[in-house]
Design a protein around this ligand. Structure first.
Ligand code: NAD
Length: 364
Protein backbone atom coordinates (compact mmCIF):
# COMPACT_ATOMS: atom_id res chain seq x y z
CA UNK A 1 0.00 0.00 0.00
CA UNK A 2 1.13 3.60 -0.53
CA UNK A 3 0.95 5.53 2.74
CA UNK A 4 1.03 9.32 2.57
CA UNK A 5 1.91 11.77 5.33
CA UNK A 6 1.14 15.43 4.59
CA UNK A 7 2.47 18.35 6.63
CA UNK A 8 0.06 19.46 9.36
CA UNK A 9 -1.47 22.83 8.51
CA UNK A 10 -3.38 23.64 11.71
CA UNK A 11 -2.05 26.72 13.49
CA UNK A 12 0.92 25.88 15.75
CA UNK A 13 0.66 22.12 15.11
CA UNK A 14 4.26 20.90 14.96
CA UNK A 15 3.65 17.18 15.24
CA UNK A 16 3.80 14.78 12.28
CA UNK A 17 1.92 11.48 11.98
CA UNK A 18 5.02 9.36 11.49
CA UNK A 19 8.53 9.08 12.92
CA UNK A 20 11.57 7.52 11.24
CA UNK A 21 10.81 4.37 13.28
CA UNK A 22 7.32 4.31 11.78
CA UNK A 23 8.71 4.61 8.26
CA UNK A 24 11.04 1.73 9.07
CA UNK A 25 8.12 -0.46 10.25
CA UNK A 26 5.97 0.24 7.18
CA UNK A 27 8.83 -0.21 4.68
CA UNK A 28 9.86 -3.49 6.37
CA UNK A 29 6.27 -4.68 5.99
CA UNK A 30 6.59 -4.10 2.23
CA UNK A 31 4.80 -0.76 1.81
CA UNK A 32 5.71 2.61 0.29
CA UNK A 33 5.77 5.79 2.39
CA UNK A 34 5.55 9.27 0.87
CA UNK A 35 6.00 12.33 3.07
CA UNK A 36 5.46 16.00 2.24
CA UNK A 37 8.67 18.02 2.18
CA UNK A 38 9.48 19.55 5.57
CA UNK A 39 6.58 17.80 7.36
CA UNK A 40 8.80 16.50 10.18
CA UNK A 41 10.77 19.66 10.81
CA UNK A 42 8.60 20.93 13.68
CA UNK A 43 9.21 17.64 15.51
CA UNK A 44 12.93 17.66 14.86
CA UNK A 45 12.82 15.10 12.05
CA UNK A 46 14.44 16.46 8.87
CA UNK A 47 13.48 14.94 5.49
CA UNK A 48 16.78 13.02 5.41
CA UNK A 49 15.87 11.11 8.58
CA UNK A 50 12.85 9.65 6.76
CA UNK A 51 14.69 9.08 3.46
CA UNK A 52 17.34 7.09 5.35
CA UNK A 53 14.64 4.55 6.22
CA UNK A 54 13.16 4.34 2.73
CA UNK A 55 10.53 7.09 2.56
CA UNK A 56 10.14 9.30 -0.50
CA UNK A 57 9.85 13.06 -0.02
CA UNK A 58 7.18 14.76 -2.15
CA UNK A 59 7.01 18.49 -2.82
CA UNK A 60 3.33 19.26 -2.40
CA UNK A 61 0.41 18.23 -0.22
CA UNK A 62 -1.73 17.70 -3.34
CA UNK A 63 0.67 15.05 -4.64
CA UNK A 64 0.83 13.25 -1.28
CA UNK A 65 -2.97 13.14 -0.98
CA UNK A 66 -3.32 12.24 -4.68
CA UNK A 67 -0.89 9.32 -4.71
CA UNK A 68 -1.57 7.78 -1.28
CA UNK A 69 -4.07 5.00 -0.61
CA UNK A 70 -3.97 5.74 3.13
CA UNK A 71 -3.28 9.16 4.67
CA UNK A 72 -1.82 9.39 8.16
CA UNK A 73 -2.36 12.71 9.92
CA UNK A 74 -2.34 14.17 13.42
CA UNK A 75 -5.20 16.69 13.39
CA UNK A 76 -8.52 16.69 11.55
CA UNK A 77 -8.38 17.89 7.93
CA UNK A 78 -9.08 21.61 7.48
CA UNK A 79 -11.43 22.93 4.74
CA UNK A 80 -8.53 23.54 2.33
CA UNK A 81 -7.84 19.78 2.50
CA UNK A 82 -11.41 18.58 1.83
CA UNK A 83 -10.79 18.88 -1.92
CA UNK A 84 -8.30 16.01 -1.67
CA UNK A 85 -10.94 13.55 -0.43
CA UNK A 86 -11.91 10.78 -2.84
CA UNK A 87 -13.77 7.49 -2.78
CA UNK A 88 -11.82 4.62 -1.21
CA UNK A 89 -9.18 6.80 0.45
CA UNK A 90 -8.38 5.68 4.00
CA UNK A 91 -7.87 8.54 6.47
CA UNK A 92 -6.32 7.72 9.86
CA UNK A 93 -6.05 10.68 12.25
CA UNK A 94 -7.55 12.48 15.28
CA UNK A 95 -10.93 13.54 13.88
CA UNK A 96 -13.22 14.80 16.71
CA UNK A 97 -16.15 14.88 14.27
CA UNK A 98 -18.93 15.69 16.75
CA UNK A 99 -18.46 19.48 16.48
CA UNK A 100 -17.46 19.30 12.77
CA UNK A 101 -20.57 18.95 10.54
CA UNK A 102 -18.84 20.31 7.40
CA UNK A 103 -15.94 17.87 7.66
CA UNK A 104 -18.31 14.99 8.36
CA UNK A 105 -20.40 15.91 5.32
CA UNK A 106 -17.30 16.06 3.10
CA UNK A 107 -16.14 12.61 4.30
CA UNK A 108 -19.63 11.18 3.67
CA UNK A 109 -19.99 12.74 0.21
CA UNK A 110 -16.58 11.58 -0.96
CA UNK A 111 -16.96 8.12 0.65
CA UNK A 112 -13.68 8.37 2.54
CA UNK A 113 -12.98 5.58 5.06
CA UNK A 114 -12.29 7.76 8.11
CA UNK A 115 -10.80 6.19 11.23
CA UNK A 116 -10.48 8.39 14.30
CA UNK A 117 -7.59 7.84 16.71
CA UNK A 118 -9.73 9.03 19.62
CA UNK A 119 -12.47 6.42 19.24
CA UNK A 120 -10.25 3.35 18.93
CA UNK A 121 -11.25 1.55 22.11
CA UNK A 122 -10.05 -1.62 23.82
CA UNK A 123 -12.55 -4.10 25.28
CA UNK A 124 -11.63 -2.71 28.72
CA UNK A 125 -12.96 0.69 27.63
CA UNK A 126 -9.46 2.24 27.50
CA UNK A 127 -8.67 4.65 24.67
CA UNK A 128 -5.10 3.68 23.76
CA UNK A 129 -4.53 6.46 21.22
CA UNK A 130 -5.48 9.17 23.72
CA UNK A 131 -3.41 7.81 26.62
CA UNK A 132 0.02 9.01 25.41
CA UNK A 133 -1.15 12.62 25.12
CA UNK A 134 -2.54 12.44 28.68
CA UNK A 135 0.80 11.07 29.83
CA UNK A 136 2.58 13.99 28.17
CA UNK A 137 0.17 16.60 29.60
CA UNK A 138 0.28 15.07 33.10
CA UNK A 139 4.05 15.11 33.20
CA UNK A 140 4.19 18.62 31.76
CA UNK A 141 1.74 19.98 34.32
CA UNK A 142 4.28 19.80 37.17
CA UNK A 143 7.15 21.11 35.05
CA UNK A 144 4.95 24.06 34.07
CA UNK A 145 3.67 24.59 37.59
CA UNK A 146 7.21 24.61 38.99
CA UNK A 147 8.18 27.22 36.44
CA UNK A 148 5.25 29.57 37.18
CA UNK A 149 5.86 29.28 40.94
CA UNK A 150 9.09 31.21 40.34
CA UNK A 151 8.84 34.86 41.37
CA UNK A 152 9.91 36.37 38.01
CA UNK A 153 7.13 34.32 36.36
CA UNK A 154 4.49 35.73 38.72
CA UNK A 155 4.57 32.94 41.30
CA UNK A 156 5.03 33.01 45.07
CA UNK A 157 8.68 32.00 44.84
CA UNK A 158 8.47 28.42 46.12
CA UNK A 159 10.86 25.67 45.03
CA UNK A 160 8.72 22.52 44.92
CA UNK A 161 11.63 20.31 45.96
CA UNK A 162 12.47 22.42 49.01
CA UNK A 163 16.09 22.15 50.24
CA UNK A 164 17.59 20.55 53.35
CA UNK A 165 16.10 22.43 56.29
CA UNK A 166 13.19 23.86 54.26
CA UNK A 167 9.85 22.13 53.62
CA UNK A 168 9.07 21.11 50.02
CA UNK A 169 6.11 22.64 48.22
CA UNK A 170 2.58 21.21 48.35
CA UNK A 171 1.19 19.75 45.11
CA UNK A 172 -2.50 18.82 44.99
CA UNK A 173 -3.78 16.74 42.07
CA UNK A 174 -7.52 16.29 41.56
CA UNK A 175 -8.19 13.15 39.49
CA UNK A 176 -6.04 10.03 39.61
CA UNK A 177 -6.32 8.76 36.03
CA UNK A 178 -3.61 8.98 33.38
CA UNK A 179 -2.99 12.75 33.68
CA UNK A 180 -3.22 12.79 37.47
CA UNK A 181 -0.98 9.78 38.04
CA UNK A 182 1.69 11.18 35.73
CA UNK A 183 1.48 14.57 37.44
CA UNK A 184 1.80 12.94 40.87
CA UNK A 185 4.76 10.85 39.71
CA UNK A 186 6.62 13.93 38.49
CA UNK A 187 5.84 15.87 41.65
CA UNK A 188 6.98 12.97 43.86
CA UNK A 189 10.11 12.72 41.75
CA UNK A 190 10.88 16.35 42.53
CA UNK A 191 10.43 15.65 46.22
CA UNK A 192 7.26 17.70 46.65
CA UNK A 193 4.60 16.89 49.22
CA UNK A 194 1.88 15.37 47.01
CA UNK A 195 -1.83 14.86 47.70
CA UNK A 196 -4.07 13.19 45.10
CA UNK A 197 -7.86 13.12 45.24
CA UNK A 198 -10.08 10.77 43.24
CA UNK A 199 -13.70 9.73 43.55
CA UNK A 200 -12.95 6.07 42.83
CA UNK A 201 -11.84 4.24 46.00
CA UNK A 202 -10.36 1.37 43.98
CA UNK A 203 -8.16 3.81 42.11
CA UNK A 204 -7.00 5.32 45.42
CA UNK A 205 -6.20 1.79 46.66
CA UNK A 206 -4.15 1.03 43.53
CA UNK A 207 -2.21 4.29 43.89
CA UNK A 208 -1.64 3.67 47.59
CA UNK A 209 -0.30 0.20 46.76
CA UNK A 210 2.01 1.71 44.16
CA UNK A 211 3.34 4.69 46.05
CA UNK A 212 2.65 3.95 49.73
CA UNK A 213 3.49 6.80 52.07
CA UNK A 214 5.05 8.96 49.33
CA UNK A 215 1.59 9.86 48.03
CA UNK A 216 -1.30 11.07 50.20
CA UNK A 217 -4.46 9.63 48.66
CA UNK A 218 -7.68 11.38 49.65
CA UNK A 219 -11.33 10.74 48.72
CA UNK A 220 -12.63 13.46 46.43
CA UNK A 221 -15.51 15.39 48.01
CA UNK A 222 -16.07 19.10 48.43
CA UNK A 223 -14.87 19.14 52.07
CA UNK A 224 -11.59 17.35 51.29
CA UNK A 225 -11.04 19.38 48.13
CA UNK A 226 -11.47 22.66 50.08
CA UNK A 227 -9.03 21.51 52.77
CA UNK A 228 -6.39 20.42 50.23
CA UNK A 229 -6.74 23.41 47.90
CA UNK A 230 -6.09 26.05 50.56
CA UNK A 231 -2.67 24.52 51.29
CA UNK A 232 -1.69 23.93 47.66
CA UNK A 233 1.26 25.72 46.12
CA UNK A 234 0.46 23.94 42.85
CA UNK A 235 -3.02 22.62 42.03
CA UNK A 236 -3.48 20.31 39.01
CA UNK A 237 -6.97 19.67 37.56
CA UNK A 238 -7.04 16.17 36.01
CA UNK A 239 -10.63 14.90 36.21
CA UNK A 240 -12.49 13.29 33.34
CA UNK A 241 -16.05 12.08 33.15
CA UNK A 242 -16.11 10.51 29.67
CA UNK A 243 -18.28 12.32 27.16
CA UNK A 244 -19.28 15.02 29.66
CA UNK A 245 -18.15 18.51 30.58
CA UNK A 246 -15.63 18.42 33.44
CA UNK A 247 -17.30 19.06 36.82
CA UNK A 248 -16.40 22.38 38.51
CA UNK A 249 -15.00 20.80 41.67
CA UNK A 250 -12.96 23.79 42.86
CA UNK A 251 -15.18 26.79 43.63
CA UNK A 252 -14.20 30.46 43.37
CA UNK A 253 -14.19 30.63 47.22
CA UNK A 254 -11.66 27.77 47.31
CA UNK A 255 -9.41 29.61 44.84
CA UNK A 256 -9.64 32.74 47.02
CA UNK A 257 -8.43 30.62 49.97
CA UNK A 258 -5.13 29.89 48.19
CA UNK A 259 -2.03 31.95 48.97
CA UNK A 260 -1.24 34.68 46.44
CA UNK A 261 1.27 33.46 43.86
CA UNK A 262 0.06 29.86 44.01
CA UNK A 263 -0.40 28.18 40.63
CA UNK A 264 -3.28 26.25 39.03
CA UNK A 265 -2.66 24.06 35.98
CA UNK A 266 -6.12 22.97 34.81
CA UNK A 267 -5.27 20.16 32.39
CA UNK A 268 -8.96 19.27 32.07
CA UNK A 269 -9.59 22.65 30.42
CA UNK A 270 -10.17 20.85 27.10
CA UNK A 271 -13.38 19.51 28.69
CA UNK A 272 -14.27 22.86 30.24
CA UNK A 273 -12.00 22.79 33.29
CA UNK A 274 -12.30 21.61 36.90
CA UNK A 275 -11.69 25.02 38.50
CA UNK A 276 -14.46 27.64 38.63
CA UNK A 277 -12.00 30.42 37.83
CA UNK A 278 -10.38 28.69 34.83
CA UNK A 279 -13.14 30.06 32.68
CA UNK A 280 -11.07 30.67 29.57
CA UNK A 281 -8.70 28.64 27.46
CA UNK A 282 -5.16 30.05 27.14
CA UNK A 283 -2.52 29.45 24.45
CA UNK A 284 1.17 28.55 24.40
CA UNK A 285 2.00 32.11 23.34
CA UNK A 286 0.02 33.63 26.27
CA UNK A 287 -0.40 30.72 28.68
CA UNK A 288 -1.40 32.31 32.02
CA UNK A 289 -3.62 34.89 33.68
CA UNK A 290 -3.99 35.86 37.33
CA UNK A 291 -7.29 35.73 39.22
CA UNK A 292 -7.62 36.30 43.01
CA UNK A 293 -3.81 36.49 43.08
CA UNK A 294 -3.48 32.91 41.76
CA UNK A 295 -1.68 32.15 38.49
CA UNK A 296 -3.91 30.12 36.13
CA UNK A 297 -2.53 28.02 33.26
CA UNK A 298 -5.26 26.63 30.96
CA UNK A 299 -3.73 25.55 27.64
CA UNK A 300 -5.92 22.99 25.86
CA UNK A 301 -3.20 21.46 23.68
CA UNK A 302 -0.32 21.12 26.14
CA UNK A 303 1.47 18.32 24.19
CA UNK A 304 1.89 20.79 21.31
CA UNK A 305 4.73 22.42 23.28
CA UNK A 306 6.83 19.25 23.17
CA UNK A 307 6.25 18.03 19.60
CA UNK A 308 9.29 15.81 19.42
CA UNK A 309 8.24 13.72 22.42
CA UNK A 310 4.55 13.91 21.48
CA UNK A 311 5.15 12.74 17.91
CA UNK A 312 7.09 9.72 19.12
CA UNK A 313 4.56 8.94 21.86
CA UNK A 314 1.67 9.20 19.40
CA UNK A 315 3.26 7.22 16.58
CA UNK A 316 4.35 4.47 19.00
CA UNK A 317 0.67 3.62 19.36
CA UNK A 318 -0.74 4.55 15.92
CA UNK A 319 1.78 2.86 13.63
CA UNK A 320 0.99 -0.77 14.61
CA UNK A 321 -2.64 -0.13 13.52
CA UNK A 322 -1.43 1.51 10.29
CA UNK A 323 0.81 -1.48 9.54
CA UNK A 324 -2.13 -3.83 10.07
CA UNK A 325 -4.45 -1.83 7.78
CA UNK A 326 -1.76 -1.59 5.09
CA UNK A 327 -0.82 -5.25 5.26
CA UNK A 328 -4.22 -6.91 5.63
CA UNK A 329 -6.42 -4.36 3.93
CA UNK A 330 -9.10 -2.32 5.69
CA UNK A 331 -11.94 -4.84 5.51
CA UNK A 332 -10.02 -7.76 7.02
CA UNK A 333 -8.37 -5.54 9.64
CA UNK A 334 -11.77 -4.32 10.83
CA UNK A 335 -13.09 -7.87 11.12
CA UNK A 336 -10.02 -9.08 13.01
CA UNK A 337 -9.41 -6.05 15.23
CA UNK A 338 -12.44 -4.92 17.29
CA UNK A 339 -10.68 -1.92 18.89
CA UNK A 340 -9.76 -0.66 15.40
CA UNK A 341 -13.32 -1.24 14.14
CA UNK A 342 -14.59 1.02 16.94
CA UNK A 343 -12.37 3.73 15.48
CA UNK A 344 -14.27 3.86 12.18
CA UNK A 345 -16.36 7.03 12.07
CA UNK A 346 -17.32 7.21 8.37
CA UNK A 347 -17.40 4.31 5.89
CA UNK A 348 -18.90 3.94 2.42
CA UNK A 349 -20.75 7.25 2.73
CA UNK A 350 -22.28 6.54 6.16
CA UNK A 351 -21.50 7.69 9.69
CA UNK A 352 -20.66 4.52 11.59
CA UNK A 353 -20.02 5.94 15.06
CA UNK A 354 -23.17 6.41 17.10
CA UNK A 355 -22.11 9.40 19.24
CA UNK A 356 -21.02 11.35 16.14
CA UNK A 357 -24.25 10.54 14.28
CA UNK A 358 -26.35 11.61 17.29
CA UNK A 359 -24.53 14.88 17.90
CA UNK A 360 -24.87 15.84 14.22
CA UNK A 361 -28.44 14.51 13.81
CA UNK A 362 -27.38 12.13 11.06
CA UNK A 363 -28.65 8.63 10.40
CA UNK A 364 -26.48 5.86 11.79
P1 NAD B 1 -8.75 9.46 32.95
O1 NAD B 1 -10.08 8.92 32.56
O2 NAD B 1 -7.55 8.59 32.84
O3 NAD B 1 -8.81 9.94 34.50
C1 NAD B 1 -9.84 10.72 35.00
C2 NAD B 1 -9.92 10.48 36.50
O4 NAD B 1 -10.86 11.41 37.04
C3 NAD B 1 -10.42 9.07 36.88
O5 NAD B 1 -9.48 8.43 37.73
C4 NAD B 1 -11.72 9.36 37.62
O6 NAD B 1 -12.00 8.43 38.67
C5 NAD B 1 -11.45 10.76 38.14
N1 NAD B 1 -12.64 11.47 38.59
C6 NAD B 1 -13.90 11.49 38.07
N2 NAD B 1 -14.69 12.27 38.80
C7 NAD B 1 -13.94 12.76 39.82
C8 NAD B 1 -14.18 13.62 40.91
N3 NAD B 1 -15.40 14.15 41.15
N4 NAD B 1 -13.16 13.92 41.75
C9 NAD B 1 -11.92 13.41 41.55
N5 NAD B 1 -11.63 12.57 40.54
C10 NAD B 1 -12.62 12.26 39.69
O7 NAD B 1 -8.56 10.81 32.13
P2 NAD B 1 -7.16 11.49 31.76
O8 NAD B 1 -6.62 10.86 30.54
O9 NAD B 1 -6.33 11.56 32.99
O10 NAD B 1 -7.63 12.96 31.34
C11 NAD B 1 -7.95 13.97 32.29
C12 NAD B 1 -8.32 15.24 31.54
O11 NAD B 1 -7.15 15.80 30.92
C13 NAD B 1 -9.32 15.04 30.39
O12 NAD B 1 -10.22 16.12 30.37
C14 NAD B 1 -8.45 15.07 29.17
O13 NAD B 1 -9.17 15.43 27.99
C15 NAD B 1 -7.49 16.15 29.59
N6 NAD B 1 -6.28 16.30 28.76
C16 NAD B 1 -5.90 17.58 28.49
C17 NAD B 1 -4.75 17.83 27.76
C18 NAD B 1 -4.33 19.25 27.54
O14 NAD B 1 -3.46 19.49 26.70
N7 NAD B 1 -4.87 20.22 28.26
C19 NAD B 1 -3.99 16.77 27.25
C20 NAD B 1 -4.39 15.45 27.54
C21 NAD B 1 -5.55 15.23 28.31
Amino acid sequence: MIIGVPKEIKNNENRIAISPAGVDALINAGHQVIIEKGAGEGSGFPDDSFVAHGAKIINSAAEVWGQAEMILKVKEPLPEEYGYFREGLILFTYLHLAPEPELTRALIEKKVAAIAYETIQLDSGALPLLTPMSEVAGRMSVQIGAQFLEKPKGGKGVLLAGVPGVQPGNVVVIGGGVVGTNAAKMAMGLGANVTLLDINPDRLRQLDDLYGGRLHTVMSNSYNIAEAVKKADLLVGAVLIPGRRAPRLVTEEMVKSMEPGSVIVDVAIDQGGVIATSDRVTTHSDPTYVKHGVVHYAVANMPGAVPKTSTMALTNVTIPYAVQIASKGLERSLVENRPLARGVNVLNGNVTYQAVAESLNLSY
